[in-house]
Design a binder for this molecule. Structure first.
Ligand code: CA
Length: 234
């Protein structure tokens, strides 16, 4: 049984927080390992075969942003950034770091566990991406979304998307023309069931996606905003 446990890496230099996290992860049925600085975090992440990584930002030796980039160059393991500073949230969202999610300190352990669960579920591709899931290749004018190869091309040119950008695009494309509220997207794409994530996550992911797929991101031709409601693809 122990082998089927999901293994989580906690990268956190504050001993008390690391221990509280470790205790709660253990209670929730996860295995864990702790790294107490950025370098150790990166080293362990790269060779540890973890299912998910909790990554603090303010760390000795190497900050969480650098660790995140370092991990992303090599692997897709879901990363949840943990931050105490509001400015960091903008940075996490704005930079294309490849982090999958973030929580802000102080966080409730239930919220964190829900986020962990959602990210593990998403990484296992268990999130249903709309009614037309059987359509493995979706074509919207120049844009081709190949759900079998997990590839997006525009006019034949490959577009590099992060996993969440891909999931969002694929979900909207599978439900073309139908507007979704941010809460609905957080639930369907991010996989948050009970605890809603930050709606800004949706806005910033949409904006990054537009920068990658739209000819002019300020006048989108694919992903539209429905004022006071949410987003749709047409
Ligand atoms: Ca810290």
């Amino acid at each position: 049984m122990a082998d089927s446990k999901k293994k989580i890496l906690i990268v956190e230099d504050e001993k008390n927080i690391a221990q509280v996290l470790a205790f709660n992860l253990m209670q929730a049925g996860y295995d864990y390992e702790i790294a107490s600085d950025g370098e150790e975090g990166l080293r362990k992440a790269l060779k540890g075969n973890f299912d998910l990584i909790l990554l603090d930002i303010m760390l000795p030796k190497m900050d969480g942003f650098t660790v995140c980039r370092g991990i992303r160059m090599r692997m897709d393991t879901p990363i949840i950034m943990v931050t105490a500073k509001e400015e960091d949230v903008d940075k996490i969202l704005g930079l294309d770091l490849g982090a999958d999610d973030y929580v802000t300190k102080p966080f409730s352990i239930n919220v964190l566990l829900a986020r962990i669960k959602a990210n593990l579920r998403r990484s296992a591709n268990e999130v249903v991406t709309g009614d037309s899931k059987s359509d493995t290749v979706l074509k919207i004018r120049d844009l081709v979304i190949d759900n079998e190869k997990y590839q997006v091309t525009k006019a034949g040119v490959m577009i590099a998307l992060s996993k969440i950008e891909y999931d969002l695009l694929s979900f909207l494309a599978a439900n073309q023309g139908k507007p979704f509220k941010r809460e609905e997207l957080l639930e369907s794409v991010w996989g948050y069931k009970e605890f809603f994530g930050d709606k800004r996550t949706v806005d910033v992911t949409v904006s990054r996606l537009r920068n990658k797929i739209e000819a002019d991101p300020t006048h989108p031709e694919y992903i539209f905003s429905k004022h006071g409601y949410g987003y749709y693809l047409a």
